[in-house]
Write a protein that binds this ligand. Structure first.
Ligand code: SOE
Length: 406
């Protein structure tokens, strides 16, 4: 399978690592070839191709899709271009991998899911890049929940905490603009934890109640065009359309309006009756990429922390109270998800390996003609939850505690 990737900044580099490595680790029904990478700046995209291992470079995504040596189109651009590129690629007969969140709006996500369904009838595959499903410990957690090890689920608790916006001097990059990114911490981080909650429980969120906040409403306009989550940009990758400055609402001289949320907190219900809490923020000082979760059921609990991603904590509540308690499962055994192909027990994996696993799962889905998980329909379902969160936050149904009678 020839892969053509659009965008080559942080996510593009992570995906490249996945495509380069997958065939060297897993026994695959189909191989992957890094055919071409695409970005708008010709000099920069050629440099990225050399650095990341792509055979060719293109400056127009339509030309990338039209290439005969491209079978899979991998979309690593900001959200505002996902729908157009994905639908064009599917209509051109290509398989598609699209970064999360699937789109910037529910309408776009619906159109993408419809295109994916049409394409599936022609044997094409469309997957959304919720890579944390591919952390072995989280794949194991899902297996344990599905096996009933937790009994009836009562609580689903997830938070995703970063801190790269704490400094009010951090520039107004594309991730802080609604027209480019759709939303802020909600779509970027909240999308991951909503997807994980639905993946782990096997249930779809049934209702939400939310608060969002933009703590710093104006930020300096950036000097460069490619900054992502670092002020200086991540690598030299200018994602197509990643320019940050133009179009930002103007504020004080040299400043622009932040048009997305900095943080979102919300509660939710699952059809089974389980209650969920979610927190997504870029303002948790000291927390760099802290994705944490805990599930509590009638028969036990599971807990996970991305900063210790080779471990899963499990409490078996059916054991005698005198000897039960949380114990650490070191998720590095060959019987654990994805680990049959990696290192001997105890030799852990990291963030980058989730992209190798993602490439593996996509190639398997193509070879077997199965709908991959997470599908575009799964991406749409997350998008609907994000939209419900925004609507709830806008309506701001916050009740003030009644003061005590004098
Ligand atoms: C930035 O907040 C970011 O790169 C997200 O966009 C990714 O999805 C997440 O994996 C890491 O943080």
């Amino acid at each position: 399978m020839g892969v053509g990737m659009v965008g080559y900044a942080f996510m593009g580099a992570a995906h490249s690592q996945g495509w380069r490595t997958v065939g060297h680790v897993f026994d695959l029904p189909l191989g992957a070839r890094l055919a071409a990478v695409c970005g708008r700046d010709g000099t920069a995209v050629r440099a990225a191709a050399d650095r990341l291992g792509w055979a060719a470079a293109e400056t127009d995504w339509r030309a990338l899709i039209a290439r005969d040596d491209v079978d899979i189109v991998d979309i690593c651009t900001p959200g505002d271009s996902h729908a157009e590129i994905a639908i064009a690629a599917l209509d051109a007969g290509k398989h598609v991998l699209c970064e999360k969140p699937l789109a910037n709006t529910v309408e776009e996500a619906e159109a993408m899911a419809a295109a994916a369904e049409r394409a599936a009838a022609r044997g094409q595959v469309a997957m959304v890049g919720f890579n944390y499903r591919r952390v072995p410990a989280l794949a194991l957690a899902r297996r344990m929940v599905a096996e009933g090890r937790l009994g009836t689920l009562r609580h689903v608790r997830l938070s995703y905490l970063q801190d790269w916006l704490v400094d009010p001097g951090f520039p107004l990059t594309w991730r802080l603009r609604k027209d480019r990114a759709g939303s802020g911490a909600l779509g970027d981080l909240g999308a991951h934890i909503v997807d994980l909650a639905q993946f782990l429980t096997g249930e779809a969120v049934a209702g939400v109640s939310a608060l969002t906040e933009t703590f710093v409403r104006e930020r300096p306009l950036p000097e460069g065009s490619s900054a992502g989550i670092t002020a200086a940009g991540t690598g030299s990758g200018s994602e197509p359309g990643a320019g940050a400055g133009g179009g930002a609402g103007s504020g004080a001289a040299g400043f622009g309006q932040v048009t997305v949320d900095d943080a979102a907190v919300f509660t939710a219900r699952f059809p089974s009756g389980a209650l969920a809490t979610f927190e997504a923020t870029r303002f948790a000082a000291g927390r760099k990429n802290a994705l944490r979760l805990e599930l509590n059921g009638s028969d036990g609990s599971l807990a996970f922390d991305l900063e210790r991603l080779n471990e899963l904590s499990f409490h078996d509540h059916t054991e005698p109270a005198s000897s039960s308690g949380f114990r650490r499962i070191l998720v590095t055994e060959p019987g654990h998800p994805y680990l049959e192909a990696w290192w001997p027990p105890g030799h852990g994996l990291g963030y980058e390996h989730t992209f190798v696993h993602q490439a593996r799962d996509l190639l398997h889905a193509i070879a077997t003609g199965t709908v991959p998980a997470p599908s575009f329909a799964d991406g749409l379902s997350v998008q609907r939850v994000l939209a419900a969160v925004e609507e709830s936050a806008e309506k701001n149904a916050v009740y003030t505690p009644v003061p005590a009678a004098p």
